[in-house]
Design a protein around this ligand. Structure first.
Ligand SMILES: C[S@@+](CC[C@H](N)C(=O)[O-])C[C@H]1O[C@@H](n2cnc3c(N)ncnc32)[C@H](O)[C@@H]1O
Length: 214
């Protein structure tokens, strides 16, 4: 990671209109879905295609970053660590085998050891990170070589908690931004950006994926 991992981004890109600590905003559980059924199915299909769900030929251990009560796996992996802001949401996640309440904006370090997981996923949440490069560098650290990173996003958000740069850019630009953040984190193959839903059929679901380098 460079000394200034955000060099070249416009000033204020990672600021938010609500700069209060995230603990307040996420204090009450939201047992809702943030994308429609088609987009949820697309997330599950992405994980199946990457071989990181419970149908993989060998048991896998996955970290769901910025998680809630649903992780969208068609078949949950053997081990699923969920990290998010709200303990009640994480407690209600039936696929989870470990739960971590942790504010990545207060401390971007992921409380797991090096080379600990086979995949890191982050669903419809990357836009809330104020230090995403540091968090993605942590994803690289906890991933085993060859492990998958899968970041998905759609076109909805909590606008007061999304960073200003996300609100000022469109779906295509979001893919370019997320791919650049992955590059700046280091440790990954060149990221790919894909639209995983059919255009015009409901919430779009985009995926940015990369693999941990050896
Ligand atoms: C839009 S919800 C998405 C939840 C889940 N990933 C899903 O697909 O339904 C945003 C999630 O990001 C998590 N989150 C927001 N800010 C966070 C932070 N600073 N640190 C860790 N998690 C955060 C919240 O706990 C919340 O569950």
């Amino acid at each position: 990671m460079d000394a200034d991992p955000y060099a070249g981004f416009p000033p204020g890109f990672f600021d938010r209109s609500d700069e209060a600590p995230d603990a307040g905003f996420y204090r009450s559980p939201r047992l809702v879905t943030h994308i429609d059924d088609g987009a949820i199915a697309a997330v599950g299909q992405l994980y199946a295609d990457l071989g990181i769900d419970g149908d993989a030929p060998r048991p896998v251990r996955v970290l769901d970053l910025m998680s809630s009560w649903v992780s969208h796996f068609g078949t949950p992996p053997a081990e699923l660590v969920v990290l998010g802001m709200n303990a009640a949401e994480l407690a209600a996640n039936p696929a989870a085998t470990e739960r971590l309440v942790h504010d990545l904006n207060a401390d971007p370090r992921v409380p797991l050891p090096d080379d600990d997981v086979d995949a890191v996923v982050c669903c419809v949440s990357i836009d809330y990170l104020t230090r995403p490069v540091e968090v993605l560098a942590e994803a690289a650290r906890v991933l085993r070589p060859g492990g998958h990173l899968a970041i998905t996003y759609s076109n909805r958000c909590f606008p007061t908690k999304a960073v200003r740069g996300w609100l000022a850019t469109d779906d295509q630009q979001h893919g370019a931004v997320v791919a650049e953040l992955v590059r700046r984190a280091g440790g990954f193959t060149e990221p790919t950006v894909q639209l995983r839903t059919r255009p015009g059929t409901g919430d779009p679901l985009y995926a940015v994926t990369a693999t941990r380098l050896a």
